[in-house]
Design a protein around this ligand. Structure first.
Ligand code: ZN
Length: 329
């Protein structure tokens, strides 16, 4: 995956902040022990002094002097000292590693690199910031489930269904989907006319999952396709396609709004097919009916969607018009 330059800058800043925090907390614990248990603090200082002495002797050894006995002596002394220090810490009610540095990632000590290779924690940050950058181009506002207003949907039956009840049930489904999300959760498709809350509920799922720490790419299909196209034909740099393929959840808003070409159809198929094969979920919303979907897209795309996505049919009147009528912004 190709990460953006900005993502590297942000990841490095974040790692530096983590190292500073680890150092600050270490200093705070040292200060606390120096006040509350000065004997333990003296042991700690002595142990640090022994470490320096050890390094000094190793340096002398490199210049040819035989200092192996001296080195063994210092090592033994330090091990015994540390053992006693750990026991005393425990006796005073502290964890035995209380005076050690505590990093968020112990593998790379929050440096982002381990044995000259990029650490997993650094990769995770790069992915997170690259995804955030892609999402920021797609201008979909994120919402909270608490902002859902069932009163915008009518309680008068339409075709044997009460819109408010139906939408409350879809709302509960979406909330459960987000609260119990797993990497191989099923894919969903939201059908329904404009203004029934498809984008709203998708954005609630996106927000909840981002808050939980999942990697979510969301955006209008129109804008995401434009981005992929610009990158494919070198009009701009980036790797939106692989970010979309690899994210934990991909939300494609407004299927059918894209300027449809052979290129966009093949990208759409690649996205859906690869993610379904890899058991990575997608949420698609569309104003098209199943019939219109069949007319507009080729069989490969339609059969993947109708065969592998859980459908929800949104009903009611355009929420934006209801809000306008009631003077709600
Ligand atoms: Zn790491």
């Amino acid at each position: 995956m190709r990460y953006t330059e900005n993502a590297f800058d942000l990841a490095e800043l974040e790692l530096r902040a983590r190292q500073d925090k680890a150092e600050e907390e270490h200093q705070r614990r040292l200060m606390e022990i120096s006040e509350k248990a000065p004997e333990i603090y003296r042991m700690y200082s002595e142990s640090i002094r022994l470490n320096y002495a050890l390094l000094g002797n190793i340096g002398k050894g490199r210049s040819g002097a035989d200092i192996s006995k001296k080195i063994a002596e210092i090592k033994d002394k330090n091990i015994t000292l540390r053992r006693t220090m750990h026991e005393m810490l425990k006796a005073c009610g502290y964890p035995e590693d209380y005076l050690q540095m505590h990093y968020q990632c112990e593998v790379c000590r929050d440096s982002g690199y381990h044995d000259g290779v990029r650490c997993e924690c650094m990769k995770k940050l790069l992915k997170k910031y690259t995804t955030e950058e892609i999402n920021s181009h797609c201008s979909i506002e994120l919402h909270d489930f608490a902002d859902f207003r069932p009163e915008y949907y009518s309680d008068i039956p339409v075709n044997g269904e009460i819109p408010r009840e139906k939408m409350l049930s879809i709302y509960e489904n979406c909330k459960n989907y987000a609260l119990h999300f797993e990497a191989d959760t099923s894919s969903m498709i939201f059908y329904g006319k404009t203004g029934l809350g498809k984008t709203f509920l998708s954005s609630c799922i996106a927000k909840e999952l981002i808050d939980q720490g999942w990697n979510v790419v969301y955006g209008s299909l129109l804008k995401l396709m434009r981005q992929v196209e610009d990158e494919r034909f070198n009009r701009t740099t980036g790797d939106t396609m692989s970010i979309m393929l690899e994210s934990d959840l991909l939300i494609l808003d407004d299927l059918g709004s894209e300027f449809q070409t052979q290129f966009t159809d093949s990208v759409l198929y690649e996205l859906i097919n690869e993610r379904i094969n890899e058991r990575r979920p997608i949420i698609i919303s569309t104003n098209l009916s199943i019939k219109e979907l069949n007319k507009k897209y080729n069989d490969r795309i339609v059969s993947r969607i109708t065969g592998c996505f859980r459908p929800s049919f949104f009903v009611g009147n355009d929420v934006r018009l209801v809000k306008l009528r009631n003077g709600i912004k």
